[in-house]
Every structure is written in C-alpha cells, then in structure tokens.
Design a protein around this ligand. Structure first.
Ligand code: GLN
Ligand code: ZN
Length: 765
C-alpha cells in the first residue's frame, strides 16, 4: 500500500512566494532572486514530504502564479498579443504578462481571463484556443523541476510529475472564435502530451499523475468520446511508464464506464466528497486484473483531522476486494486548498487545535493510517479518543434545537411581495429609478492603517470609533452631494465582509497564519467554524444607527449572508452543512431584527457566494438550493412588511439560476451585470423576475468612468425588459477597490442618468 500526495501548497509558510512575486513585479528584486525563492519553497516542500515517509512525492505542483497557466506555457497555448510584445525577452515575463496584463509605454494589453477552479475559491487563468492551434513544448519548467527534485530527493523512484490531463485542460479553456469546438483540438494536443510523457520516461520517471477532474462532472457525449480517444492514444504510445489518472471534488460513478476501454496503471478517486462511490468502483476494479486504486481519504479542502476509523474501514474494504498491492492512499485532492502548517498558530485554544490539521499534518496522517493497517491499534485508539474528547468544543443545546426546528413562518415574510411593495413605496416615497450603492466606499491607506493600529492596540477604542465616525460623516456628505437616494455608511470598519462577522460571532475563529492561495499572489485566510454559531451582541447596529442619525435620507444596514459566510470559511465536518448554515442564519436574523428595532428601515444581506456553492453535478442542485435559500430566508424573513430587505450578488453568471434567486424573496436585489453588457437581462425574457432589481449599470472592476449616455442607455434597455417601478440604479459591486476620484465622477454620472430617465419615463410608470 503506497502513500502519495497530489500536490502541496506552494505559497511558502510565510507567504514567501507572494512577497517575492510582488517585489519582482515592482522591480525590487530581479528574476534570479525570484527563482531562488521558488527553489527554496520547492526544496522545503519535497523535504517535508520525504521526511513524512511518502512513497510518491509530487513535482511540477509548484507554480509562480497558477498551474493551469503553467500548462498553457508548457503546451504553447499563448495568445499572439503577448508573444508580440518586443520588450519581453524571457518566459517569466511573458508568463506574468498573460496573468496580469502588460501596461508600459505604448503597450496596453489586458490580462487573460480568470475564473474559479471548479467549486473552490482558487482561480485559474483560462486557456484561450484558436482554431487549428498548433501545440508544442514551449516551456521547460516541468523538466527543470524534475532535475531539481532528483537532486533534492536523490531517488527518481519517489518523484511523480503532475500534469493537468489533456481533456480537463481543453475543457477548462475557451474558444477564441466561435467557428470550432475546443474539444476537437484533441488530435492536435495528444501528440504533445505523448512527447512530454516520453521525455519524462526517458528521464527515468516511473509514475506520472494526470489530473482529470472533468471525470466528476456531467460529461457530454463529446467529452466522453474525446476522453476515450485521448487515453487510447496515450496508452498505445506510452509504455514503460505508469500513469495515474486522478479525479477529485466529487465522485465518478456516472463515468466509470469510460475506464472500461482505456488502460492506465492507476485511478485516484475522491472518497471525502463522495464515499458512496467506493463500492461501485471496487466492483469495477475486481474485474480489472492489475489496475491500482488510489483512495483519496484525507480532506484536502478542510482543516480537520482525519477520522481514522472511517478511513480504515474504506481501506479494509478495498484490501478485501482487490488486495493490498493494488491500493494506494492519499489526500482526496491537492493540498493547495488548505493552509500549510498548524504549528504556526499560537492563539487557537489547544482543544480546538488538537482537532485541526493543515497540509503538513495531513501528510503525516497517511503514515498513521499505514501504521494502523500494519496492526498498530494504539494509533487508532488515540484518534478515536481525541475526536470524542473534542467533538463538542462549543456546544449549545439551544442553538442546536433552534437550527433543527425551523417553522414555515420563520422562513416566510408576513405578506407576499406585492403587498410589501405597496407598503414600502408608500412609506419611503422614493423617486422612480431610485439610486443606491452596494455598500463599501474606497478603502484608503489611511483607513487600513487606522484599523491596523487599532488591532495592534496602538489606538484606544474611543479614538478609533471617533475616526471611523468621521469617515462615515464624510461619506454621507459625499453621497448627499451626489444626490443618491438610499445611502450607506461605507463599511470602513470592515477589512473583509466575512472576517468582520466571523470575528464577532461565537463558534467561529480566525487564524494568524492560515493563508490559502486564491489567485496569483493573492491569499485569503478563511475563518474556521469550529462550534455552534451564535450572536452574542450587536455587530453593526452602532455604526449603522450613527450613520442614520447623520442624514434625513434612508440609511441602508449592511450584513453578510449565511451562505457567503459559510462558503468562504472552513466548515465543521461533524454535522450536515445545512445545519451550520441555519445556525449562522439565526444569528444574522437577530442582527436584522436589532437593526429594525433601532429604526433602520432598509437592510441589505449580501450573498455574493450563493452561486459558487453550487454542486458540480446537476442532480445535486436541488438539495443545495433547498438549504441555501432556506438559510437566506431564515436570516431575512423576521422583519415587518415595511422593512425592505435587499440582497446583492456578483462574481458569477446568474442567468440559469434566476428562479432560485427569486425564491429568496428579497424585496430588492442588486446584481452584477455591467461587464456582460446587461446579458443578464436576456434571462428575463424567459423568466420574469417578480421583485425589485438593480442590474448594475457600470463595472466597478475597471477605473474607467462611465458616461451619462451609456448609463442612460442601459437604464433604457432594462426598462424594456422589466416593470419600470421595479428598477433600481446602482453600480455592479462595492466600491472599496476604487479611487475616490473615479467613484465621485462615476456616481455623479449615474445619478444624472437616473434623473434623465425619470423625466423620460415618469408618465409610463
Ligand atoms: N457590501 C459589500 C461591499 O460593498 C459587498 C461585497 C461583494 O459583493 N463582494 O463591499
Ligand atoms: Zn459584489
């Protein structure tokens, strides 16, 4: 039974890679120094895994920015525009310009598109294919790293180069022009994969890992056809080297028949996300005489210690069916998605920390499992004992009961939307096309510094509060000058929309150093939901009420919704995720009610992450929406008819899930649309959205200032698809990353356009 790993975090335990990349980008270090940092990280990673006793250690899992972009460089998938920048002389600058764009002198070339890696928070750079693309081996990275790993590990037998498999790679890309299907490039790409594999074999490599996460999706007939073709070719031409096909993030039962006709030496399956698939896979394996099965048992997407009894059960079942020689054990997916080392955490209470495990600890868990299989029962007993002792770290019977007993009336407003709308219109007396923003305003250095000083106890609470209040007063004044209708307080007290709430809720903790790569040099530190979640005190009321007291206009209260808090955190694994969602939802509901009690009449509950929680397979959509929407409704339905609930969504395509969004029954939704030039509105020809809606009228992700005319044009377009009385006018997301100058001008143009539209449409409403 071999132990192996699919990938190790590459940012460095002190985020060395982030710091080095950013220093390189701003010309503070040269490429030699940058490469040295990469080299040190790789060496340390390999050494850690060697020391932990892994039999197969990944290589080429390192990346300076993104492993999909690495594949594009390896295979020569480089859009012409980057290749033709004459001042770029080396691969690393070409690589970074694809990732980040190239702006210098007369050049202004945009970055390549970035999108989410399956249902994780990691973003990859989308490969861009043109018709008849000629693939070639362009970069030497994988071979260089192989050479390096040979020196560090001294035994080629242990090294397993990792590549994204050809079918997933094609699948993850997009066509530059519409005249072809990227999957048809399979015949062009396979010869290059074969060349790479042969070259690795010539270097002495025994095992390679081809990641094919496409296997866990609903594959089309075409996907299946090209998959069979690709692996047929690879096995025909690549003898003498072992290929491990890896799947992760879900099960592959539906696609197992694909493996009937191809011959690879090993298959890796994810038993964390789908443990039920084991039986089916084993019965398939019992008919194949040689293929090895790699069991993905250690959770590479969460930070809890493995439940050994559970894993051993899977291992034993597998041994019984196909024999120990045909089994390997591993994490379910690359450890890229978890922080590196729990030993760097000093403030987590020991009883919680004991139950946690980051990447380095997870590697050692494989060792423990091996010991147990070999007969060392004490390791198993210790694990059982530990999990039992710490299973109820923070346990509150009342919270649990409340989350288990949600009544119909808890998730329903008193009256249907049309009645609420009438009451709200009467009470607020807002103009046609009311204008508002999404919540945050520019977060300047001054504000970030202020928060930092307060965090480090360099500033008293009173001083800090006073300064924040001044920022609020200022932002209110600015909004009044711009003549917005519904104002916000600006969110200056928040570093991050999830962190702010998780710091205030009981049952959630933050780490000091638990960084995870989100994209390129950007890392996030997800909070950890370790116990029953509850609200101990008001979280936002003080600031929102202060803001309301400073204006006669309506002030919008601003909260983060339960699904988003859950989605951007590490979630406890000892109860269904829906139960955790309901606990958070109750806490947010209490905050909503407290705002209402204190006179706030409009409350926004942001749910930007609702779409990204969506499961990978269609068959699982319904059960996801069932609990996610219930959680949102639980958080928002406690208020009176006259209190207006807003929600906000962004970062995703929403066209195909609009019916579900409507089910959330928010009175108003503000939503990202402007980047796709109101693409969203097309969805309304198919499905008429029943409540009020603010389709974002300009793109806040760009510094460009929209003109009055173009905003007016978008309002007009929206008016053709939606009832005029339901339309709000707003930017498409929060303004915190923008500069004040841009914001003031853009919002000014926005209110101006709204006024023109009002005059024009007033008689039609
Ligand atoms: N209210 C938040 C803000 O404006 C929303 C952030 C988001 O949509 N991601 O910053
Ligand atoms: Zn947003």
């Amino acid at each position: 039974m071999l132990k192996h790993n699919l990938g190790y975090p590459r940012i460095g335990v002190r985020r060395e890679l982030k710091k080095a990349c950013e220093a390189y980008w701003s010309n503070k270090i040269n490429s030699h120094t940058l490469f040295q940092v990469g080299k040190n990280i790789r060496k340390e990673n390999w050494k850690i895994q060697e020391k932990a006793g892994l039999d197969l250690i990944p290589c080429n899992d390192f990346s300076f920015y993104d492993h999909v972009l690495d594949m594009s460089l390896l295979l020569g998938v480089i859009p012409e525009s980057y290749l033709s920048i004459p001042v770029i002389h080396n691969n690393i600058d070409l690589y970074f310009s694809m990732a980040r764009g190239f702006q210098k002198n007369e050049w202004d070339i945009k970055a390549m598109e970035m999108t989410k890696w399956f249902n994780t928070n990691y973003h990859y750079i989308v490969p861009e294919f043109s018709k008849n693309h000629k693939f070639s081996i362009f970069s030497n990275k994988i071979f260089d790293e192989l050479e390096e790993s040979k020196k560090v590990l001294k035994s080629i037998q242990k090294i397993k180069p990792v590549l994204i498999g050809p079918i997933s790679y094609l699948f993850l890309g997009k066509e530059k022009e519409k005249s072809f299907h990227r999957m048809d490039l399979v015949e062009n790409i396979i010869p290059i994969y074969i060349k790479i594999i042969k070259k690795l074999k010539d270097e002495g490599v025994n095992w390679i890992q081809l990641d094919e996460p496409i296997l866990v999706l609903d594959m089309s007939e075409k996907d299946k056809k090209v998959f069979k073709y690709a692996y047929g070719e690879i096995s025909k031409f690549c003898s003498g080297i072992n290929i491990m096909l890896t799947s992760y993030f879900d099960g592959i039962s539906e696609n197992i028949s694909l493996l009937q006709e191809i011959s690879v030496q090993a298959l890796h399956i994810d038993l964390v996300e789908d443990s039920n698939q084991l039986e089916k896979i084993l019965s398939f394996f019992s008919k194949k005489s040689k293929m090895i099965l790699s069991l993905g048992l250690i959770d590479g997407r969460n930070i809890w210690k493995n439940n050994y009894a559970y894993s051993i059960n899977k291992i034993e079942k597998s041994i019984e069916m196909i024999g120990e020689n045909r089994i390997m054990i591993a994490p379910n997916c690359s450890l890229l998605h978890v922080p590196i080392d729990i030993e760097y955490e000093n403030s987590i209470p020991i009883n919680i920390k004991n139950r946690m495990s980051f990447a380095r600890q997870k590697i050692y868990e494989l060792n423990d499992l091996e010991k147990i299989v070999k007969g060392d029962k004490s390791v198993l007993l210790n694990n059982i004992d530990l999990l039992e002792k710490s299973s109820y770290i923070f346990y509150d019977q009342k919270i649990r009961e409340r989350a288990n007993q949600i009544k119909d009336q808890d998730i329903k407003r008193d009256n249907p939307f049309y009645i609420r709308q009438e009451k709200q219109k009467k009470k607020f007396n807002l103009p046609l096309f009311p204008t508002t923003t999404i919540g945050s305003f520019p977060q300047t250095k001054e504000i970030r510094n202020l928060r930092k000083r307060f965090r480090n106890n360099e500033l008293s609470r009173d001083k800090y509060d006073e300064k924040i209040k001044n920022f609020i007063i200022d932002v209110i004044q600015k909004q009044e000058e711009i003549d917005l209708d519904v104002l916000v307080h600006g969110e200056f007290e928040r570093t991050d929309m999830v962190e702010y709430f998780s710091n205030k809720l009981k049952g959630i903790l933050s780490t000091e150093n638990g960084w995870v790569q989100s994209y390129g040099s950007r890392c996030v530190k997800p909070p950890i939901i370790y116990g029953d979640v509850t609200r101990i005190e008001d979280m936002t009321v003080k600031w929102i009420c202060f803001a309301q007291s400073k204006t006669k206009k309506l002030m919008k209260g601003m909260l983060t919704g339960p699904v988003t808090i859950l989605q951007w955190s590490f979630v406890r694994d000892d109860q269904p995720i829906s139960h955790t969602a309901y606990q958070i939802a109750w806490a947010i509901r209490e905050e909503v009610l407290s705002l209402e009690k204190n006179g706030i009449q409009i409350i926004q509950i942001d749910e930007p992450a609702i779409r990204e929680g969506l499961p990978l397979k269609k068959k699982d959509f319904k059960s996801y929406f069932d609990w996610a929407i219930k959680a949102f409704r639980l958080s928002s339905s406690g208020v009176k008819d006259e209190t207006q609930i807003h929600t906000h969504m962004c970062y995703s395509e929403f066209n195909d899930i609009f019916e579900h969004i409507a089910n959330m029954d928010a009175d108003v939704i503000t939503i990202e649309t402007s980047r796709s030039k109101m693409e969203l509105l097309k969805a309304f020809s198919i499905f008429s959205y029943p409540n009020e809606i603010g389709p974002g009228v300009y793109d806040i992700h760009s510094p460009r200032i929209p003109t009055v005319e173009e905003i007016f044009d978008l309002i007009e377009k929206a008016s053709k698809r939606l009832p005029i009385k339901n339309i709000w006018i707003n930017p498409d997301c929060g303004l915190k990353t923008r500069k004040w100058k841009e914001v003031l001008q853009s919002l000014h143009n926005m209110t101006k356009a709204a006024k023109i539209a009002r005059n024009k449409f007033i008689n039609l409403s």
